[in-house]
Design a protein around this ligand. Structure first.
Ligand SMILES: Nc1nc2c(c(=O)[nH]1)N[C@H]1C(S)=C(S)[C@@H](COP(=O)(O)OP(=O)(O)OC[C@H]3O[C@@H](n4cnc5c(=O)[nH]c(N)nc54)[C@H](O)[C@@H]3O)O[C@H]1N2
Ligand SMILES: Nc1nc2c(c(=O)[nH]1)N[C@H]1C(S)=C(S)[C@@H](COP(=O)(O)OP(=O)(O)OC[C@H]3O[C@@H](n4cnc5c(=O)[nH]c(N)nc54)[C@H](O)[C@@H]3O)O[C@H]1N2
Ligand code: SF4
Ligand SMILES: [Mo]
Length: 747
């Protein structure tokens, strides 16, 4: 007999690889290949293949925990939820709503991210909500919004990559961070295109490159400006495109011309001939792309750095043309959708601005509250965590493990410990959950249904494949119960599809418009790209939902307002489709919008339809090496561990492949220190010290060391990192800080 297969998507990264799940003998699931999903066509990395392991009740949380006499002990759901409600209510009463904080995650489904943002604003009435995506792609988002009027990581599907003529990958090690995506770059080369990789390390990705540039960490801004200088000097700009489709060129050109190649070589360490080779390879083909990831983005000037790469694409006429343009490789499972629906400090669903009166009116209408009751923007992720125990006294945390992943982590751990009350919803007892007063064990991926939006902007349906263990409830249930305890009986449905139906209405007319997307379509069409407006305005409300929203009551008194019946004007036109007209047709049933795989082909999402240059200039990292701290530390990932490791450190096969932290360093640096392979190296920064074994390799610059950040304890890389923030995106400088090295113990 055939085993029933559930087609779904991986719980981990933003590629959201398709996979099939079948119930396994003795519980859990068997993961198998799912070839009908185009992004990975069946291929999975080791994390995806082993993702079923974490369903085992022996590895995950199966009952709520509360702290008694300093120790976490099992309790009932009623008791756990009562305590969370009490903790939050007490803080709210004693210190006001803004003393309650909420911290979310880019791994949460769209439904959860939406409900969490609504919970913060409507139930807690707090402005203090942000999420770990701030540590991820916020710099690229800020630069993309500025230049294009819209932030969708990739404005084209991955399948366009092999059809390009040249791709520059800036600070992405996708051979380790999204292994199945490497295929697109292999195909690019097979088709005669070229690959340039920019990384201080000769990574597995860099090994695939036709040209590898290895700049000093934190100097990508100078590098991009130097390339633009050469583009101008060599007369390789696309003047017609600049005239027709952009604004702000003159100032930007002038700024770039101050960055002479020789000056750029001095800053970056990349020889001028390599800069010239890169310009030639990028400019000669008729189509070319720049894709950035965390390398250039996780810097205290990440936004300007991404702007400089966008400038290069605009000056050469690349963006908004077939198989060309700028894209950001988003990281977390729902890194894209998680940044669109309101768990960000400054944001309402549909990628709306919290400060925009029309946006407030629209969303308040859907929520059935007074627009004036919605708080304003709050603190960014690091600033929020930094204010714990002082400004913020109680925190509800869902989908992040900042004890391991936040910069200056020892300080953040202290801040978490100084809270009056901490509640953590998680699948496992993460290092952060271990500090909580109440731990809520929630359902994960294969145990529930929900949508995610992958790095291409493709909205996907993740389906439930197994029944969760008895003691476990969903994040949506948690929010529903907490809202009810605060007197908000309606508006927080437990059913994911009901939340999605409301999200459709809340996003309607916004930038990230999901109103034309339904669960049915997602199942039938294998994903739909946003924006996807409903063809005849707002979607039909389901009966259940209209009751939900109409009856929404609020602690501070019932504030009723009819939901907006008019969709807002789109501020841009999705490109033309080869489907029938999208004009409303009052005689025939409206034709569904096909979704928008490719953006900007006709115009950009700015008011005038033009892309905006940004006249950025170089500035150094926040903490340059000096006599006391002479070496640069950069941080990142290895293929077998995911993020803070809360999930993957529990999987045997992955631990065998990547058992612990290490310090990667060049033989010349090792020789200066007198360190041998495997020797314990103490790495000291102004924030603290960490110890890990030496891994000696010529694949890294001699002035730089690299540590992965997946582990807690003495090898925690984030004990060292610098929380210097980008002024626009508030992204911390994970990718460069000054350290000194000592040999701790001979191995
Ligand atoms: N195995 C695995 N896969 C993952 C994840 C994981 O934790 N583990 N996390 C997911 C998430 S959330 C994300 S955000 C993505 C991240 O995906 P990537 O961005 O590919 O990952 P990182 O390793 O953080 O950084 C990429 C590269 O940047 C380089 N780099 C360091 N400093 C600089 C610099 O100053 N300039 C440049 N140009 N490069 C620099 C590093 O050497 C590294 O090779 O991966 C996703 N996939
Ligand atoms: N030094 C350094 N630090 C970094 C980075 C770096 O490159 N260098 N990268 C940064 C980046 S890009 C990122 S994205 C962050 C990520 O760092 P974190 O925010 O810590 O990410 P995760 O480890 O994925 O944590 C997710 C937690 O949520 C839990 N979880 C999973 N699914 C669910 C769910 O559905 N509901 C709930 N309630 N919980 C769930 C997991 O078990 C885990 O404990 O780290 C950042 N930190
Ligand atoms: S590449 Fe990402 S989405 Fe694909 S299997 Fe690996 S972790 Fe999962
Ligand atoms: Mo990330």
């Amino acid at each position: 007999m055939d085993t029933p297969l559930t087609p779904t998507h991986c719980p981990y990264c933003a590629l959201q690889c398709g996979m099939n799940l079948a119930p396994a003998d003795g519980g859990g699931v068997t993961v198998s290949e799912r070839v009908d999903f185009p992004v990975n066509r069946g291929a999975l990395c080791g994390k995806g293949r082993t993702s079923g392991a974490l369903l085992s009740p022996s590895l995950r949380l199966t009952e709520p925990l509360v702290r008694r006499d300093g120790i976490l002990v099992p309790t009932s759901w009623e008791d756990a939820l009562d305590r969370v409600a009490e903790g939050l209510t007490r803080t709210r009463t004693e210190h006001g709503p803004d003393a309650c904080g909420v911290f979310g995650g880019g791994g949460l489904t769209n439904e959860k991210a939406y409900a969490l943002g609504k919970f913060a604003r409507v139930v807690l009435g707090t402005s203090q909500i942000d999420y770990n995506g701030r540590f991820c792609m916020s710099s690229a988002a800020a630069a993309g919004n500025k230049a294009f009027g819209l932030d969708r990581g990739l404005p084209f599907p991955m399948e366009d990559i092999p059809k390009s003529g040249c791709v520059i990958l800036v600070g992405s090690n996708l051979a380790e961070t999204m292994p199945p995506a490497l295929r697109y770059f292999t195909e690019l080369k097979e088709n005669g295109g070229t690959l340039i990789v920019i990384d201080p390390r000769r990574t597995r990705t860099a090994e695939q490159a036709d040209l590898h540039l290895a700049p000093r960490p934190g100097t990508d801004l100078a590098l991009a400006l130097g390339l633009l200088h050469l583009v101008v000097a060599q007369g390789r700009t696309d003047e017609e495109y600049i005239r027709e489709r952009t604004s702000g060129w003159e100032e930007t050109r002038a700024a770039a011309m101050a960055h002479w190649p020789e000056y750029v070589e001095r800053i970056t360490g990349v020889p001028v001939p390599q800069l010239r080779d890169a310009v030639r390879m990028f400019c000669e083909p008729s189509a070319a792309m720049v894709l950035t990831a965390r390398g250039p983005e996780q810097q205290s000037k990440g936004t300007d750095t991404v702007s400089a790469w966008i400038n290069l694409c605009l000056a050469t006429g690349r963006s908004g043309r077939p198989y060309s343009g700028y894209g950001c490789l988003t990281g977390q499972g729902n890194g894209q959708g998680g940044r669109e629906h309101g768990q960000k400090a400054d944001q309402l669903p549909g990628y709306r601005k919290l400060t925009d009166p029309d946006a407030r009116r629209h969303v308040a209408g859907v929520w059935g509250v007074d627009p004036d009751s919605l708080p304003g923007p709050g603190l960014s992720a690091y600033e929020l965590l930094d204010s714990l125990g002082t400004g913020i006294r109680s925190l509800l945390l869902m989908g992040s493990n900042p004890v391991v992943s936040a910069p200056r982590a020892a300080h953040i751990q202290q801040r978490l410990e100084s809270l009056d009350f901490l509640a953590v919803a998680d699948v496992v007892l993460s290092e952060t959950a271990a500090l909580a007063d109440v731990v809520l064990p929630v359902t994960q991926w294969a145990e529930e249904t929900g949508t995610t939006t992958n790095l291409e902007g493709r909205v996907l349906l993740r389906r439930q494949a197994v029944t969760p263990p008895d003691g476990v409830r969903s994040d949506l249930y948690v929010l529903h119960q907490l809202a009810a305890r605060a007197g908000v009986e309606k508006g927080f449905p437990v059913e994911p599809e009901a939340v999605f139906e409301e999200l459709r209405r809340a996003s309607a007319g916004g930038i990230a418009d999901y109103s034309g997307i339904t669960y049915r379509r997602l199942a039938d069409e294998n994903g739909v790209f946003w924006p996807c407006p409903a063809p005849d305005g707002l979607p039909q409300e389901s009966d259940a939902l209209s009751q939900e929203s109409d009856a929404l009551s609020h602690e501070s008194g019932r504030l009723s307002q009819e939901p907006d019946s008019q969709p807002q004007e789109h501020n841009f036109q999705p490109q033309k489709h080869n489907r029938p007209s999208q004009e409303p047709n009052f005689h025939a049933p409206a034709v569904p919008h096909p979704g928008s795989p490719r953006l900007f082909l006709e115009r950009f999402a700015t008011e005038d339809g033009r892309a905006r240059f940004a006249p950025v200039t170089y500035r150094p990292i926040a903490e340059e090496p000096d006599a006391e701290y002479p070496v640069l530390l950069t941080t990142g990932r290895v293929v077998a561990q995911y993020q803070s490791g809360a999930q993957t450190r529990r999987v045997d096969e992955l631990n065998a492949a990547a058992p612990g932290p290490f310090v990667e360093l060049h033989p010349r640096l090792a020789a200066r220190l007198g360190a041998g392979e495997g020797d314990a190296i103490t790495v000291v920064s102004r924030r603290g010290r960490a110890v890990a074994p030496a891994r000696i390799t010529t694949a890294i610059r001699p002035d730089t060391v690299f540590m992965p950040f997946h582990w807690p304890g003495e090898g925690r890389a984030n004990t060292l990192t610098n929380p210097a923030l980008d002024p626009t995106s508030r992204m911390p400088e994970f990718k460069a800080c000054a350290v000194r090295l000592e040999v701790a113990v001979r191995g």
